[in-house]
Design a protein around this ligand. Structure first.
Ligand SMILES: Cc1c(C)c2c(c(C)c1O)CC[C@@](C)(CCC[C@H](C)CCC[C@H](C)CCCC(C)C)O2
Length: 289
């Protein structure tokens, strides 16, 4: 049986058992995580499904996720939707209510709604991390991944100045091998000429597989975007017949706000696995043992 077929089994199925226990054993043996007592099945399955049940690759992803969180505390330790409510209320971001025809989640980021003097790149990044944590709990998203549309209308020098090489590295890491989500497509629309230098900072760190999934549509995107998304899914602003962008953004903002407690738990948990108590997973040095 291949990974895609195995991915279809439910969380508690017998067929997945050996993969879950295999990854758990390997993760607990790994030097960096030696003091962690355990991981939940649910948590391990996110990494297994993201890597089509390949235990070696899932372990690498799990370790990268832990390292990314540790090395990016400015982003990972504060996952509070209410702290960025002003940004969310500008209709900067949404996850569309409908999946695309392949089952992927569809995310929209309207970068021009972000006013760089009001919100730092770290705060903006946190929004993506919050959404990623929420959707990565969905079984269907674990199987079918996500596609993101970035509307770069209004991209300015002020935006570009916020993206330094260190942040570019963090962006490419989460896109490639540091977050348990399959990135099935990145679609840039309305990208101006002077977005190129920023993209040139991110691109070199991306594996070929992800590079090939990045599509630049330009200003005349209505026709080409519809090659990838059926009209019933997209908002009218993006050439579809789905719910309007404002409404969709409002709905997702509400969803994030409802997840405030959950997200804060994830942010403050030593491994991000909230299905186990912190005492069960805590790294002993941190507890002063
Ligand atoms: C798990 C996951 C995360 C966490 C994520 C994204 C995706 C697809 C994920 O799967 C995409 C957005 C990103 C990388 C956060 C970006 C935050 C910055 C500050 C936005 C600035 C604008 C970018 C210069 C626009 C182009 C980026 C693309 C080339 C990805 O966060």
């Amino acid at each position: 049986m291949n990974g895609a077929q195995l991915s279809e089994f439910p969380d508690d199925s017998e067929q997945l058992g050996p993969y879950v226990s295999g990854l758990r054993r390997r993760a607990l043996q790994a030097g960096e995580l030696s003091a962690v007592r355990t991981f939940s099945d649910q948590f391990l399955l996110k990494f297994l499904r993201a890597r089509d049940l390949n235990v070696d690759l899932s372990l690498k992803l799990l370790l990268n996720y832990q390292r990314w969180r540790r090395e990016s505390p400015e982003i990972s330790t504060c996952l509070s939707p209410s702290s960025v409510l002003g940004l969310l209320n500008t209709t900067y971001h949404t996850v569309l209510p409908q999946r695309d025809r392949t089952g992927s989640r569809v995310l929209i980021y309207r970068i021009g709604q972000w006013i760089p003097k009001d919100w730092s790149a770290f705060q903006v990044f946190r929004v993506s991390l919050m959404t990623s944590e929420i959707i990565s709990m969905e079984t269907e998203t674990q199987r079918k991944g996500l596609k993101a549309i970035f509307d770069l209308q209004g991209w300015s020098l002020g935006h570009a100045l916020q993206i330094n090489p260190s942040l570019a590295r963090k962006i490419s890491s989460v896109l490639s091998d540091s977050f348990p989500l399959k990135v099935r497509g990145i679609h840039l629309v309305n990208e101006p000429m002077f977005f190129r230098p920023v993209f040139a900072m991110i691109r070199p760190f991306l594996p070929e597989k992800i590079r090939q999934r990045i599509h630049m549509h330009g200003a005349d995107f209505h026709n080409t975007l519809s090659d990838f998304f059926s009209p019933s899914v997209l908002p009218p602003e993006y050439g579809g017949e789905g719910p309007g962008i404002e409404m969709a953004c409002q709905d997702w903002t509400n969803k994030l706000l409802q997840s405030e407690t959950l997200l804060q738990q994830i942010a403050s948990h030593p491994t991000g696995d909230i299905a186990v108590t912190p005492e069960d997973s805590l790294i002993s040095e941190e507890r002063g043992e």
